[in-house]
Design a protein around this ligand. Structure first.
Ligand code: PEP
Ligand code: MN
Length: 334
């Protein structure tokens, strides 16, 4: 349920209304807009007498929210949220390019790629240290050593980092990692999500391979209900009957998620297609569709990559995509 307060409501009136809701066992999410303040009520609102609420002099309107996700809901927070990653902002017109290898492989590999993608305009460096691989015999990532190498790349280039967590027991290793990625395979690892909700870390959560948007937003709710509102959504393709591409990029998720939620939406065209030659066109299409950022896999020697070489761009290819993305951004700017 949301209650929109009238303009001119004093802080004291607002506070006493909030404490009335809290006495009913409800959590209250406050969203202060330019003209109105919206109180989002979370919990069992069946006890709230809508008629009584509407009759209060400070209430403009009251509405029940039918969607099961609350904190991420745009009705709770009408303006776009901006996630501030150490000064690099995503959302509400702030667009960022996240780039880097699927996995960190060596010191020279990550440093070289980091320098190249930064020069091409990337603003956040990606690199997996803990890799969720389908086969237990495949490269599983450099783990703690990989995080160390990422931190070195951060020092050299000044770029904030994103890296995937698979187990909450590794959380301490992510202290200086600027965005923690929850991968597609862990999108419904509810214990992991709940624990991340207790932190103040920026979280990028990827849509699961076979999950719909409502499920993505409900997973997001696990993080946000814990008090962590620093969440970025990521569309990375879903599994369909199509076999020519690794996944099927659901670009309609970009405007749909924007309609449903105030959180930024990033698109990963690399995992969505699995084919480097398709990445540029999907990156441009995602940009045109209104994504708040792109996450693209880049490798200095894709043929020898230990993970996802087939979908990785070379730094030169990334440079060309980044230039075209900037043109699309200009073209769609109002
Ligand atoms: C990744 O980003 O390296 C990754 C494993 O992605 P996803 O979870 O989307 O498969
Ligand atoms: Mn990958």
């Amino acid at each position: 349920m949301i209650a929109v307060l009238k303009q001119g409501t004093t802080d004291q009136q607002q506070a006493s209304l909030i404490s009335w809701f809290k006495d009913m066992g409800l959590d209250v999410h406050v969203s202060k807009g330019e003209f109105h303040t919206i109180l989002g009520l979370i919990g069992d609102t069946t006890r709230v007498d809508i008629g009584l609420l509407e009759s209060l002099s400070i209430i403009e309107s009251v509405k029940r929210i039918s969607e099961p996700f609350k904190n991420a809901n745009r009705k709770f927070h009408t303006e776009d949220s901006v996630i501030d990653v150490n000064g690099v902002k995503i959302g509400a017109g702030n667009f960022q390019m996240i780039a880097g290898p699927c996995s960190v492989e060596s010191h020279d590999q990550i440093i070289e790629i980091a320098k190249r993608v930064r020069a091409a305009g990337a603003t956040i460096l990606r690199g997996g240290a803990f890799k969720p691989r389908t086969s237990p015999y495949d490269f599983q990532g450099l783990k703690a050593d990989g995080i160390e190498l990422l931190l070195e790349a951060k020092k050299v280039t000044g770029m904030p980092l994103i890296s995937e967590i698979m187990n909450i027991n590794d959380l301490d290793l992510f202290e200086d990692v600027d965005i923690i990625q929850v991968g597609a395979r862990n999108m419904q690892n509810f214990d992991l999500l709940r624990e991340l909700g207790k932190t103040k870390k920026n979280i990028l959560i990827k849509r699961g391979l076979a999950n719909n948007m409502k499920e993505l937003l409900m997973s997001t709710e696990y993080i946000m209900a814990g008090g962590n509102e620093n969440v970025i959504l990521c569309e990375r393709g879903i599994r369909t009957f199509e076999t020519y591409t690794r996944n099927t990029l659901d670009l309609s998720a970009v405007p749909m998620l924007h309609e449903l939620s105030h959180l930024p939406v990033v698109v990963d065209p690399s995992h969505a297609t699995g084919l480097s030659r398709l990445v540029p066109s999907m990156a441009l299409a995602a940009t045109a569709a209104g994504a708040d950022g792109l996450m693209i896999e880049v490798h200095n020697d894709p043929e020898k990559a230990l993970c996802d070489g087939a979908q990785s761009l070379t730094p030169d290819q990334f440079d060309e995509v980044a230039r075209k993305v900037r043109k699309i951004r200009e073209a769609i700017a109002e």
